[in-house]
Design a protein around this ligand. Structure first.
Ligand code: CP3
Length: 354
């Protein structure tokens, strides 16, 4: 029996999937597997359909988005799909002048560094991203009982692109703003939390079965700074989507020292990178949360036996967890052999069949 929260969404028939059960910390028929950045990246069929189409243009074409989202589900037999889009899509949709440069990442034409620059950030209306509603409608019909994960960038990670103007190693301008003008920083993050919450709501209302908040670069912060300067904005996002009753996943890279806070921000599932074993992560996160992760994406470049040894280590460390969603510790690397991913899904399913 599905609770009301699940039935409000368009994707019926996914409630009893292994993925959603694991997120809810219920017994599962096998450990569910999906891969961050499984859509696009390593697949030849992706490169083929994307030929001649810019990344951000591809995100606004519902048929193409549907096809690319389904490709890894068909090929690998993963337990969940992740919606093909990008964390900067809602920013583009409200009129921020930005592009995704191949091999580089998002580049912002007019970075946000002063109070006047904040005016670039207006609220996101569902009509700004009608192609998302349309694509997810198509997707949930095609996916059947395979859940669709919606996602968004978290306020800190979005702010880091907006303030730096592009990718950054040390986030120095971002931190300069955070430490130098705490009020402007708080206002920036608060605006981003509203945009992010609105973008996730569109995806949930259209039929997504779970959502993941990517705070990819937040591992650059200390716990004290995270709690003071970032957690309120991320918590506001999680609170905004709480009424839907769907699993909320929270992920960042290099967040070993932040895992407890990532859970506390309002997540049901905490994503863990490969730098810390899942049993230790569980101690840091505390009870009442499922964990997602955490094989090193670079391990996929090693021979099959080595991949399986590493996967076995992850499964052993996860043996005592209440809920485990198998994943990489970060996204699929572009040159990964797709067959290595397919074999890894088979291995995890086989090893955990109950
Ligand atoms: O997970 C999926 O497969 C769904 C699609 C997805 C994309 N980006 C598609 C994409 C998701 C979930 C993202 C999230 C995203 N985007 C994050 C958070 C996840 C993470 O990896 O930490 C971040 C930080 C971004 C910003 C961004 N967009 C980067 C760093 C890049 C890579 C730039 C490059 O070429 O190396 C992008 C571009 C991007 N987003 C691509 C894809 C498939 C590659 C562009 C292409 O194929 O032309």
């Amino acid at each position: 029996e599905s609770p009301a929260g699940q039935q409000q969404t368009g994707q019926t028939g996914t409630y009893d999937s292994a993925f959603l059960k694991a997120c809810r910390r219920e017994p599962v028929p096998h450990t569910p597997v999906w891969f961050m950045r499984q859509a696009g990246r390593s697949l030849p069929e992706y490169r083929k359909v994307r030929e001649g189409i810019a990344m951000l243009d591809s995100c606004t074409r519902p048929e193409l988005v549907t096809e690319i989202t389904l490709q890894p589900v068909r090929r690998h037999g993963v337990d969940a799909a992740i919606y093909y889009s990008d964390i900067v899509v809602p920013l583009k949709a409200i009129g921020i002048d930005l592009d995704i440069k191949p091999g580089v990442g998002p580049v912002i034409e007019r970075p946000i560094r002063s109070r006047a620059d904040l005016e670039q950030l207006r609220d996101l209306e569902p009509g700004d991203v009608s192609y998302v509603t349309e694509a997810i409608g198509m997707l949930v019909r095609e996916l059947g009982t395979t859940p669709l994960i919606g996602f968004a960038g978290a306020p800190f990670t979005l702010a880091s692109y907006l303030v730096e103007g592009g990718p950054s190693r040390n986030h120095e301008r971002t931190k300069a703003l955070m430490y130098g003008d705490p009020q402007l920083w708080a206002d920036l993050l608060d605006r981003l939390s509203d945009i992010t919450a609105a973008f996730l709501k569109v995806q949930i209302e259209a039929g997504a079965s779970a959502v993941q908040l990517f705070d990819s670069w937040v591992g650059a912060l200390s716990p004290a700074d995270y709690r003071r300067s970032v957690m309120p904005a991320s918590a506001k996002v999680f609170e905004a989507v709480a009424p839907y009753g769907l699993p909320r996943i929270h992920f960042g890279v290099g967040t070993g020292e932040l895992l407890g806070l990532l859970g506390e921000a309002g997540a049901d599932v905490v994503g863990v990178d490969w730098r810390i074993p899942l049993d230790e992560a569980a101690r840091r996160v505390g009870p009442g949360k499922a964990l997602q992760g955490n094989i090193d994406p670079a391990v996929l470049f090693a021979p099959r036996e080595a991949v399986e040894t590493k996967a076995r280590e992850v499964l052993d460390a996860a043996a005592g967890l209440e809920g485990h969603v198998f994943n990489l510790g970060h996204g699929v690397l572009p040159n990964t052999d797709p067959d290595a991913l397919t074999r890894l899904v088979e291995y995890v399913h086989e090893q955990t069949a109950r």
